[in-house]
Design a binder for this molecule. Structure first.
Ligand SMILES: Cc1cc2nc3c(=O)[nH]c(=O)nc-3n(C[C@H](O)[C@H](O)[C@H](O)COP(=O)(O)O)c2cc1C
Length: 164
């Protein structure tokens, strides 16, 4: 197992979980889910997600465990759904609280539309010390999904080899 990479994700309906588990399997690394202490089920939950994202509001997180301290991973890959054109408030909350502990970061976005949401990477970079080293924007079930997922895995592998 590659102990230098940590995949962390939030997923409300399973899409980001699906992509992140595939990416973690391809990279042979740890994969951990993060959540906040908010009920986000159903229509009310959906509205809450949209409002939280638009207001950039973050809430207390549920505890989660990683096998090493966050700062000991050479790369953290953070996966999040897009909510209202932004990262989920759970990903934002994680970055706000822990972003400065991270050596290097890469992003995986999942979304429902064909838009790539490239500006979201820059928004997330505001919470970390160094700009992200790799990124991918995925729509589960789209024709390009496997191509872009594999391209991301290749970019991460090349980055880890070059930095070694
Ligand atoms: C509150 C809310 C807002 C969303 N806003 C967008 C959006 O602006 N653009 C988009 O393409 N998809 C949007 N989506 C769809 C999700 O980004 C997409 O279904 C994502 O893959 C869900 O990931 P998950 O299953 O891991 O939660 C939104 C979903 C929710 C719940």
């Amino acid at each position: 197992m590659n102990k230098d990479i940590l995949c962390l994700y939030y997923s409300r309906t399973g899409n980001t979980k699906f992509a992140m588990e595939e990416i973690a399997a391809a990279l042979d690394c740890e994969c951990v889910e993060i959540k906040d202490r908010v009920n986000r089920d159903g229509a009310i939950g959906y509205l809450r997600c949209g409002l939280d994202a638009m207001r950039k509001r973050t809430r207390a997180m549920e505890p989660y465990e990683t096998s090493r301290a966050l700062q000991d991973y050479r790369l953290v890959i953070l996966g999040t759904p897009i909510w209202a054109g932004r990262c989920s408030s759970i990903a934002r909350g994680f970055l706000k609280r822990r972003g400065l502990e991270i050596q290097n970061i890469a992003y995986v976005l999942t979304h429902g539309s064909e838009e790539a949401y490239k500006d979201v990477y820059g928004q997330m970079d505001r919470y970390v010390e160094r700009p992200h080293v790799a990124e991918v924007s995925l729509r589960i079930g789209s024709t390009g999904y496997h191509f872009w997922r594999d391209e991301f895995v290749r970019n991460v592998t090349n980055y880890m080899t070059a930095e070694n």
